[in-house]
Design a protein around this ligand. Structure first.
Ligand code: HEC
Ligand code: HEC
Length: 394
């Protein structure tokens, strides 16, 4: 046991070293601190314990946060008026029922345009050392402005969004009373990011097992956890999010067999850095809630968790996992699901049909809402996030 932990520790140190040389933005940290926020949430990799093999998810109560900012962020997250067409909100692609993702291979944005990447979960994204598959956003505040101007997501002009928000009395008042400098791009990002941080969930069975010991994992889950560590998954998928704290090359050990991924040629980090060694390098995704966020990988090319685990064993573990190993590891990964979401998904039964209906329902609501009436969007747009919010609060 001790030997294994030492092994994992040295592997995770390796993972830390192979991170691209990016410096923490000190001015930005100072800004966050001036807003009264715990900086380790925004730069989890700076936290001394963030990279230990298995690290409990801190309870949401331990984050200092301003309830007024959170409430404002919640409204903005669900407001389709941030998109050019008035039909797409953040919650269109990040919904609670889908574990904080959207269930599509790649996301559908304004006018039905398709992106090139799979929507990652927003839940527990506060613990990622960078945001996006290629880590191009340093933190959640700057991340939040990205989708608004992304042509295939919300496709809007940030200046126009700010002007529009200023004409909505509720928003104008809220920004003026919460932020000394009122409605600015930085404050819009900050408010939305407050909600992203608020989407921290620590109610998975694995987390309960780790943090309080109140839950005992099944024999199969425990076996899966052991195999996960023994075959080296934990060398990259470690820390609070079992990932989210390093960049790694997809196919670092074995060759890619995934023909869809080879064909789509996403260059990953290379597109940002231009460094040859960054080709096909991605941020290691978090595995919290992974059982709920099919399809998998940056391009959504794999539809089942079994197959994703099998491919990972090959390309990153350099071995063909036995069927028993795959089943055990998948069973362990299932213990990483927030209990609230897992309950919701199973009650929904037929996910495919339900997804379709939900998308249509959301689109209809976004349409009905473009007249700039008084805001109270949460309940309408995303009953799921709302419901878990209620569950957590009570
Ligand atoms: C059209 C669908 C779509 C919309 C709308 C959308 N997102 Fe995303 N989101 C994605 C996709 C796809 C990615 C991954 C993109 C990439 O890595 O290049 C992503 C990535 C993220 C991440 C990073 C998670 C991680 O693990 O790296 C966060 C946080 C996030 N979105 C929050 C938001 C917020 C806040 C909004 C609203 C301002 C929003 N998203 C709107 C599809 C969407
Ligand atoms: C060398 C580092 C590394 C190792 C070792 C590794 N992974 Fe990964 N894992 C990654 C990266 C990077 C990605 C994202 C790849 C992509 O999308 O192109 C990923 C993605 C995944 C995904 C998909 C998550 C999602 O939301 O799409 C799963 C599941 C996964 N890994 C499980 C495992 C398992 C199980 C093992 C052990 C058999 C393992 N990984 C070993 C780096 C690693």
């Amino acid at each position: 046991m001790i030997k294994r932990s030492i092994g994992i520790l040295s592997l995770s140190l390796l993972a830390m070293v192979s991170r691209a040389d990016e410096k923490i933005d000190e001015a930005y940290q100072a800004f966050l601190q001036s807003q009264g926020e715990a900086s380790w949430i925004n730069a989890a990799a700076n936290h001394p314990l963030a990279n230990t093999a298995n690290r409990p998810i801190p309870p949401i109560e331990s984050f200092s946060s301003d309830p007024a900012k959170q409430a404002l962020g919640f409204e903005l997250f669900h407001d389709a008026r941030l998109s050019r067409s008035g039909t797409v909100s953040c919650s269109s692609c990040h919904t609670g029922m889908m574990g904080g993702a959207d269930g599509s291979r790649v996301s559908v944005g304004v006018g039905g345009l398709l992106g090139t990447r799979n929507s990652p979960t927003v839940f527990n994204s506060a613990f990622n050392f960078r945001q996006f598959w290629d880590g191009r956003a340093f933190d959640l505040d700057s991340q939040a402005l990205g989708p608004i101007t992304n042509p295939v997501e919300m496709g809007h002009d940030l200046e126009v969004v700010l002007q529009n928000l200023a004409t909505i009395p509720h928003y104008a008042e809220q920004f003026a009373s919460i932020y000394p400098d009122g409605l600015t791009a930085a404050n819009l990002g900050n408010a939305i990011a407050q909600h992203s941080r608020d989407m921290t969930r620590s109610d998975s069975r694995f987390n309960e097992h780790l943090s309080t010991g109140a839950v005992t994992l099944s024999e199969q889950e425990l076996r899966g956890w052991e195999r996960f560590n023994d075959v080296g998954c934990a060398s990259c998928h470690n820390g609070i999010n079992l990932g989210g704290n390093s960049y790694q090359k997809m196919g670092n050990v074995g060759p890619l067999s995934n023909t869809a991924m080879i064909a789509s040629l996403d260059e990953g980090l290379f597109a940002r850095t231009g460094r040859e060694q960054d080709r096909q390098v991605f941020k290691v995704p978090s595995l919290n809630n992974v059982a709920l966020t099919a399809p998998y990988f940056h391009d959504g090319s794999v539809s089942s968790l079994e197959e994703a685990v099998r491919q990972m064993g090959q390309v990153s573990g350099g071995r063909k996992l036995s069927n028993a190993d795959v089943e055990d590891i998948v069973s362990f990964l299932g213990s990483l699901s927030s209990e609230a979401f897992a309950g919701m998904s199973s009650r929904m039964g037929n996910m495919g049909g339900m997804r379709q209906q939900m998308r249509q329902r959301m689109q209809q609501m976004h349409h009905g809402e473009q007249q700039g009436q008084q805001m109270n969007h949460g309940q309408h747009h995303d009953a799921s996030t709302d419901q878990t919010r209620q569950m957590r609060r009570h």
